[in-house]
Design a protein around this ligand. Structure first.
Ligand SMILES: Nc1nc2c(ncn2[C@@H]2O[C@H](COP(=O)(O)OP(=O)(O)OP(=O)(O)O)[C@@H](O)[C@H]2O)c(=O)[nH]1
Ligand SMILES: [Mg+2]
Length: 233
């Protein structure tokens, strides 16, 4: 899967590399860079979106068997703007949820590792919640949002696989998602890992690259001391 974004006059990814996979909060890299956590049900397109975003096929593994990865996968990403220079961030690919047969509670679904990470990770700036544009919102998406809200950090919703619904249908994607999630249409970013839709710095409101660059600029990282001490994950 490749992105068609090769040039940009705005923000774009100029470097990306895998850092490490962490089985616990304690095993995460130091909280020294702004961090974006990426979550969504299994098979929603998390790894594909990342590969297309950084224009590196295969950097994150696209799964044939859903739900295999139970680790926090850290990637170091550098964004560049011709005028504003470079900005570094960490992209964290969280394990997908929703592949289990029984509908479990949040605790059972996400597990203590993800809970601890989302509640305590000091450098976390935003949660990117991916939702398949053809499937819509699941109960577990809603549970995750409820779990995330008390943290008081932003949530950005990404509608994935928009290439599969055609141009005419795309105009109808954001409204039902926004209504189901209690958000405004502007909070929903339409994307496709296949075509690169919504990933760069293009369009009236900009794509993901511009969104993340702005996020990094606007919100200084919270001090480690401001958070409760990390419990073993
Ligand atoms: N047409 C199309 N297919 C996509 C797109 N994004 C992902 N896919 C396909 O959807 C399937 C799942 O993609 P992944 O990126 O592995 O999904 P994931 O969310 O990382 O899955 P887990 O790691 O199991 O949670 C793969 O077969 C991808 O090729 C997209 O934008 N368009
Ligand atoms: Mg994946």
């Amino acid at each position: 899967m490749t992105s068609k974004i090769t040039t940009s006059t705005g923000w774009r990814v100029v470097a990306a590399r895998f850092e490490l996979s962490a089985p616990t909060l304690a095993a995460c890299p130091p909280s020294d860079l702004p961090e974006i956590a990426v979550c969504g049900r299994s098979n929603v397109g998390k790894s594909s979106l990342f590969n297309a975003f950084v224009v590196q096929r295969g950097l994150a593994r696209v799964s044939r068997t859903p739900g295999r990865t139970r680790l926090l996968n850290f990637f170091h990403v550098t964004l560049r703007h011709p005028r504003w220079g470079d900005r570094a961030l960490r992209w964290v690919d969280l394990p997908g949820y929703g592949y289990a047969a029984a509908p479990p509670s949040v605790r059972e679904t996400f597990g203590p590792m993800i809970e601890a990470y989302l509640q305590q990770r000091a450098s976390l700036r935003e949660l990117l919640l991916l939702i398949d544009s053809r499937r819509g919102v699941t109960d577990q998406d809603l549970q995750l949002i409820d779990f995330w809200r008390p943290r008081g950090l932003p949530l950005q919703v990404i509608a994935t696989k928009c290439d599969k619904i055609g141009k005419a249908g795309r105009g109808l994607v954001a409204r039902p998602l926004a209504d189901a999630l209690g958000l405004s249409v502007a909070d929903i970013q339409l994307t496709s890992a296949s075509t690169g839709l919504g990933l760069g710095d293009e369009g009236k409101h900009g794509g993901l690259a511009q969104h993340l660059a702005r996020l990094i600029e606007d919100r200084p990282a919270p001090a480690e001391e401001a958070l409760p001490p990390a419990e073993p994950a």
